[in-house]
Design a protein around this ligand. Sequence first.
Ligand SMILES: C[S@@+](CC[C@H](N)C(=O)[O-])C[C@H]1O[C@@H](n2cnc3c(N)ncnc32)[C@H](O)[C@@H]1O
Length: 219
Amino acid sequence: MLRDPAKEVMEKAYARWAPVYDVLCGPVFLNGRRAAASAAREVGGRILEIGVGTGLSFDDYDATTEITGIDISEPMIARAKERLNSGRYPYVRDLKVMDAQNLEYPDATFDCVVGQFVITLVEDPERVLSECARVLKPGGQIILVNHLYSEKGLAAAVERLLAQKARRLGLRPEFPFQRLAAWAENHGGAELIERRKVKPFGVYTLVRFRRAERQRAAA
Ligand SMILES: C[S@@+](CC[C@H](N)C(=O)[O-])C[C@H]1O[C@@H](n2cnc3c(N)ncnc32)[C@H](O)[C@@H]1O
């Protein structure tokens, strides 16, 4: 298994992706993005999207929500701002360049934190999850969607083989679900409430955590 990706590698990769991201990646991630946004709309209220990218998800929200988006990549956020300037998304309140590992928001600010295709790409995924939990109100949810490691069989072997090359492209096929589950067990203030494959192809997995009303002693 490769080490978690360095921040600089991702910044470099997404500076290259930004001009072509919507055309090349938009359709590929579409059903995952929609599934996550749909789950987030059920929670409603103030939603933080980490790794918001070019803002492709804006179309999947509506006026029952208030969206704040952050991303580590300046060129990706610049694209999201262009999209926002169309005037079609009055419910998108703020877009900022920010590292999900150090969220500049007070505790208990949001009802929901969404991460679409990002948690596998950060330098310290457990720290990002803890930051997401910190900025959530009690009872709020973290909703993640991603391709996760297949763990066995041919698919797992191919993912391991592609891991090194994928890294330079800003992708990561070999991230196991177990790390997400272990984070929740150890955190003490979040519980895993859902893990399901996204239809129709089941390539992506949607994972939801709920912020506990009270912190319990960490495992
Ligand atoms: C695969 S793209 C997904 C973009 C968008 N969520 C979507 O579904 O179209 C991953 C995004 O995560 C961002 N990212 C990577 N590491 C990050 C970090 N530490 N903090 C915030 N964003 C990060 C990248 O810059 C990129 O925009």
